[in-house]
Ligand binder design. Structure first.
Ligand code: DI6
Ligand code: FE
Length: 408
């Protein structure tokens, strides 16, 4: 059966492709689930579409991509946040057995169904803002079975909701109690046993490591990355969040898809990431919630020509947020991104951070026909409103989504 040819006309387009064009009188043609043509409506090819949609002159962008989340978790850490408000530091709480380890205890005690039920409303909040692709990391299980449980829930969310889920194994998030004082043995177990088993089970799209004084060293990250490379699994890194250990230089050298956080990175790291084509993923909600003051090197990333992405980092500790639009606002105000950079950060560059460059995150021929129609007068409004959602209609795989839209 021939794939449905759909015309989407009378639209203002922010293409977010390599040319990052704004087209005031634009149109899109989609065939099946992909975009076939994008341009000025007056230049439309002479075709007879099966369906035609008049978008009423509204702004259209690629659907949003959240390229860094820890969305599947159990419980919350509001009590720790209260402690931090009284002056205790995140690292201090972590060293005392709280922090990530307190979420590990909660996750291990939760059933797969509970985990799904707790995570689903968070995912729904992202989708309501026009997210159709989201990365979800493991990292609160820290046993083979509990990491598998998290990744299965992430996959199940992708089947239950209209969203593409990319899973990332972050077993190297912190040293679990079973391996206290034996971080090298833990990395060996993850690299030699867990990663191959989970990858063969189809649960792993990428591997991540928290490279930090309170977590894992560069040498340990490199060992894990070598195992991932042997399996053909791409790698990413939480790097330079609280200090500079040289993680992002190593990750760039090894061709990581992305380095994330980067508050303590500098010009050398920015140049290395740009040269390697590793996306620089900024996580301003964590910066905000930790009352951090050390900013990522945005000017250096910009002048080096790095692909700057913006993500929510949704997690129960440092970033308890479910709004990618709010992350855009924070990336502009707190880190100095331009409105255009913030938009590219949740579209084209976020796709690159997930290894989906050219396939998603742009209104371009060949890309997935995932886009959002907005109730805005200018696309700059997307990183401007705080706590207000201007989404009108979400289109995924060229289908108007009845949910989360009020009307279609
Ligand atoms: N960096 C983060 O921002 C999250 N993980 C990480 O390595 C925070 C995780 C948490 O505090 O639960
Ligand atoms: Fe994170």
């Amino acid at each position: 059966m021939a794939e449905t040819l759909r015309l989407w006309r009378h639209a203002r387009l922010a293409t977010c492709d390599a040319a990052a064009r704004r087209i005031e009188r634009g149109a899109l043609l989609t065939r099946g689930a992909r975009i076939e043509w994008v341009g000025e409506e007056q230049a439309l090819p002479a075709v007879t579409p099966d369906e035609s949609h008049d978008l009423g002159g509204a702004w259209v962008t690629p659907a949003l991509i959240d390229c860094h989340t820890h969305l599947v978790f159990a419980g919350n850490r509001a009590a720790e946040y209260a402690e931090r408000l009284r002056g205790r530091s995140y690292a201090d709480i972590a060293r005392a057995g709280g922090g990530i380890l307190s979420s590990v205890r909660a996750l291990r005690a939760a059933s797969e169904q509970q985990l799904f039920d707790e995570s689903a409303p968070r995912l729904a909040a992202f989708l309501a803002e026009g997210v159709t692709t989201i990365e979800i990391k493991s990292g609160y299980g820290l046993t083979l079975e509990d990491e598998a449980k998290m990744l299965r829930v992430a996959r199940e969310l992708g089947r239950a909701f209209p969203v593409t889920v990319r899973t990332t194994l972050l077993a190297a998030h912190t040293v679990p109690p079973e391996y206290q004082g034996r971080a090298d043995d833990y990395i060996d177990a993850v690299a030699r046993e867990w990663l191959p088993a989970l990858a063969h089970a189809g649960l792993v799209d990428a591997v991540d490591v928290f490279c930090e004084g309170i977590a894992f060293s560069v040498a340990q990250a490199e060992r894990l990355f070598a195992a991932a490379r042997a399996l053909g699994v791409p790698v990413k890194m939480h790097a330079e969040q609280l200090s500079n250990l040289g993680g992002s230089l190593a990750a760039a050298r090894l061709g990581a898809l992305s380095c994330d956080h980067l508050e303590y990175a500098g010009e050398a790291e920015a140049a290395a990431l740009a040269a390697a084509g590793s996306a620089a993923v900024l996580l301003p909600v964590a910066f905000y919630c930790l009352a951090d003051t050390h900013k990522p090197p945005v000017a250096a990333l910009r002048s080096a020509g790095a692909a700057i992405a913006v993500a929510s980092d949704c997690n129960p500790g440092s970033a308890p947020g479910t709004s990618l639009l709010t992350a855009m606002s924070m990336a502009t105000r707190l880190f100095g991104l331009t409105a255009e950079e913030a938009l590219l950060g949740v579209t084209r560059h976020a796709a690159q951070a997930l290894g989906l460059a050219g396939q998603r995150g742009a209104l371009a021929p060949g890309a997935a026909a995932d886009f959002v129609v907005w109730n805005v007068g200018a696309v700059e409004e997307l990183g401007y409103w705080i706590g207000f959602n201007p989404r009108r209609t979400v289109v995924r795989a060229a289908e108007v989504q009845r949910w989360p839209n009020q009307k279609s």
